[in-house]
Design a protein around this ligand. Structure first.
Ligand code: DBV
Length: 258
């Protein structure tokens, strides 16, 4: 089989055997109504292959990127990693335009050899800004309450990440095997759809802000992006797969490019 390559287009990323495929497919479908344009991603980041594991037992690794934009959403992008038993990841972030009072949408769906690590949130640009958070949190909390009772708590998260989470941060660790698979299907997937649908409804309702507020929002977005790129928990894994030059360029110029 020849190596598949990707064009910069809205065609869904498809990776054989990738656990998170249905989540990305749901997201792309949900975005269709917004008539997105492809977001430019340089070729070397659209589809990247490599190997991990030992010399004797190499494991093929694929990382693919899907990205789009709309007038209200500066960049919607998905990092998709498939490395068999070593890792399977969907990291999906929506970066809104600073001309709308919108949070970030963030999903980090990560399967590693020791289990699943799952994060879902609508993350504020500034937690202390009630004008920014109140309209989101009042609609988000009921979704959070509904789904979190079905999931074990994910445990402590890094202290410096606190300013960026909403009170509806859905965060869990699940075991590999049937128990985890069942919860991913019955809880994580509908929760992902719920959070995304709420986000898209907020996008629908969003009205442009004045230029003073847009500047404030942009400054907050830059803080958030700088934090995410500096602390990206995937840095170690991606560096092992592809080396640090490719990984740093991917993190700074594609994943968190503001
Ligand atoms: N995380 C990313 C990107 C990834 C990615 C761009 C391309 O931001 C994957 C892939 N996350 C990823 C991997 C791990 C984590 C962990 C591979 C495991 C790292 C490891 O153990 O080697 C949520 N993700 C984590 C952790 C948190 C999050 C809290 C644990 C980090 C730790 O314990 O230090 N990521 C974090 C978050 C959002 C998010 C709140 C937004 C909803 O995307």
């Amino acid at each position: 089989m020849s190596a598949p390559t990707r064009q910069n287009s809205l065609d869904p990323v498809q990776i054989e055997g990738w656990r998170w495929q249905p989540f990305l497919d749901d997201a792309i479908q949900a975005l269709e109504g917004l008539k997105p344009d492809p977001y430019p991603v340089p070729d070397q980041f659209l589809w990247k292959e490599g190997t991990t594991g030992s010399k004797a037992k190499p494991v093929p690794v694929t990382t693919a990127t899907w990205a789009c934009s709309t007038p209200k959403l500066r960049q919607v992008r998905s990092a998709c990693v498939e490395a068999g038993a070593a890792a399977s990841v969907l990291n999906f972030v929506i970066n809104p335009s600073c001309h709308y009072d919108l949070p970030f949408f963030g999903a980090d769906l990560v399967t590693l050899p020791n289990g699943h690590l799952l994060a879902l949130d609508l993350q504020p640009v500034d937690k202390a800004d009630a004008q920014h958070t109140d309209p989101v949190w009042e609609r988000l909390m009921p979704l959070f309450e509904r789904w979190r009772q079905e999931l074990p708590d994910g445990g402590p998260i890094p202290e410096e990440a606190q300013p960026y989470f909403s009170p509806a941060f859905l965060w869990t660790r699940l075991p590999l095997g049937a128990e985890g698979d069942d919860l991913i299907k019955s809880v994580i997937r509908p929760a992902f759809k719920d959070y995304l649908n709420l986000y898209l409804s907020l996008v629908d309702d969003a009205k442009t802000v004045d230029s003073t507020r847009a500047e404030l929002l942009l400054a907050g977005q830059k803080r958030y992006t700088a934090y995410r790129s500096e602390k990206d928990p995937a840095r170690g894994m991606l560096t092992r797969f592809y080396g640090s030059e490719w990984t740093e360029a991917y993190i700074h110029d594609v994943l968190f490019d503001l």
